[in-house]
Design a protein around this ligand. Structure first.
Ligand code: SF4
Length: 447
């Protein structure tokens, strides 16, 4: 049977969001852009499963987040036809989750880093013609070598999908919060970002920066925004320029329009390096000082800190405890006009650890990663028990420890659009701020 040329792999996500692994929805908009770019270049793209991959010459894999690395590995790692020695097709993988490919290096031939819509056709043409790929943003696995995260202009074409029609409005973010992979890996092409594109939020509440939220002029039922740090000290040290007064003003602004309650989901980062109990109390006390005129319900959705790669915080230590999940559903403040509570679904330390292991993986991680994906015992345990079992059997130091900014990092090969030397300098300055008892915006210089 003659093989078809190219297909995207449909594999089972860790959490089923849609049928067809989200290719019909907006969760995988990047893959839809790649399909459109290939179609425009005259290359048809089908879909395959792990079992039918051998019917195609090239199989594309979309990794939308670090969790997809686990999902992909679970789907293919024990299948005979996916083993390097027997594989009858080339695998090309990319997406936002393509950051450290070491744990999946034996199941991928080419790892593509960054925005690839303007060179993906060349790569596929080359492979279909029997050639080998050499490109500064492509890693030829299983060798691990330096790569540069590709930047690309806005994608001009409209993308039609089940939820509607989408057109790219911005890339990157001009703000440069020091923990944020998005801003350090995607060069910003504009001065502000329109995070409120409702087509991407699936008709749910708009997602706005805190200062964009202050520009709302009428009652909004539901709003999502981010504060990313329990205290002013932490936020300023890590580049999030939101003061305690800004938080109070934001809550009061949402509660200034009359009508029914406004629900504000505020995304937060917990277990930041150097965070302590007084940082947490500072936020709770700040929230309690807000006096909205009409009812506001604030849901604090805290995600435990990960030292994202290629950011000024990639070398920072990781704290699994106190468990962010233990805060879930607890009430922070309650009055007739303001109810503040922790989200029902904060992430567990085990889930935090899984992603940190992938992002800081080296070849020495293989056995641990296999256990995380396939051990029935680990699956049956609570987060705390599973971490304790892992700690008894594996040394977690390389995943949890602080690295010196100048030291070789497990993901040494990943380079953003800002030079490594400059990132190291920013990291060193940030460390000085972190050590200070208070940080003000005056001494938080803008890089
Ligand atoms: S965390 Fe900061 S840098 Fe990242 S997208 Fe949000 S505002 Fe931009």
């Amino acid at each position: 049977m003659k093989k078809n040329d190219v297909a995207f792999l449909v594999y089972k996500p860790l959490k089923q969001r849609r049928k067809n692994n989200s290719f019909d929805g907006n969760d995988n908009i990047g893959a839809l852009v790649i399909i459109d770019a290939l179609n425009c270049g005259g290359i048809d793209v089908g879909f395959c499963s792990p079992e039918t991959a051998h019917n195609f010459r090239i199989v594309l894999v979309s990794l939308t987040s670090t969790y997809d690395v686990i999902a992909f590995y679970k789907s293919v790692a024990i299948m005979p036809q996916w083993q390097k020695s027997k594989r009858a097709f080339k695998v090309v993988a990319g997406g936002f989750g393509m950051q450290n490919p070491i744990t999946i290096r034996n199941y991928i031939d080419y790892a593509v880093f960054g925005r690839a819509h303007d060179f993906i056709c060349k790569i596929i043409d080359l492979l279909l013609g029997g050639g080998c790929v050499q490109h500064e943003s492509v890693m030829c696995l299983p060798d691990i070598h330096n790569v540069k995260i590709a930047q690309a202009p806005l994608y001009e074409n409209k993308i039609h999908f089940k939820g509607g029609v989408w057109r790219e409005a911005f890339t990157g973010c001009p703000r440069k919060c020091k923990f944020c992979y998005f801003t350090w890996s995607r060069k910003s092409t504009q001065n502000s970002c329109d995070y409120s594109q409702s087509i991407l939020t699936d008709g749910k509440s708009p997602e706005l920066t805190w200062d964009q939220m202050m520009l709302i002029e009428k009652k909004a039922g539901r709003i999502r925004s981010a504060i990313d740090g329990f205290s002013e000290r932490l936020r300023f040290a890590y580049g999030k320029k939101i003061s305690n007064t800004d938080i109070i003003n934001g809550i009061e602004h949402l509660g200034s329009f009359g009508g029914n309650a406004t629900v504000l989901t505020a995304y937060n980062i917990s277990n930041m390096p150097r965070e302590n109990e007084s940082d947490r109390l500072e936020l709770y006390e700040t929230i309690a000082r807000a006096k909205p005129k009409t009812r506001v319900i604030l849901v604090l959705q805290s995600t435990p800190f990960r030292p994202s790669l290629a950011t000024p915080m990639q070398h920072c230590e990781v704290s699994l405890y106190p468990a962010t999940s233990s805060l879930s559903a607890s009430v922070i403040f309650d009055s007739p006009k303001l109810r503040a509570m922790h989200s029902f679904s904060n992430e567990s330390p085990y889930s935090q650890l899984e992603t940190v292991i992938i992002e800081r993986a080296t070849e020495a991680t293989d056995k641990l990663f296999y256990a995380i994906c396939f051990s029935p015992r680990l699956k049956s345990l609570s987060s705390k028990e599973a971490i304790s079992v892992i700690k008894k059997n594996f040394d977690l130091t390389q995943y949890l420890r602080r690295y010196d900014p100048e030291e070789k990092h497990p993901a040494w090969f990943l380079n953003g659009y800002i030079s490594r030397d400059k990132i190291i300098n920013i990291s060193k300055k940030m460390e000085l701020k972190m050590a200070a008892p208070t940080v003000t915006l005056q001494n938080d210089e803008v890089e």
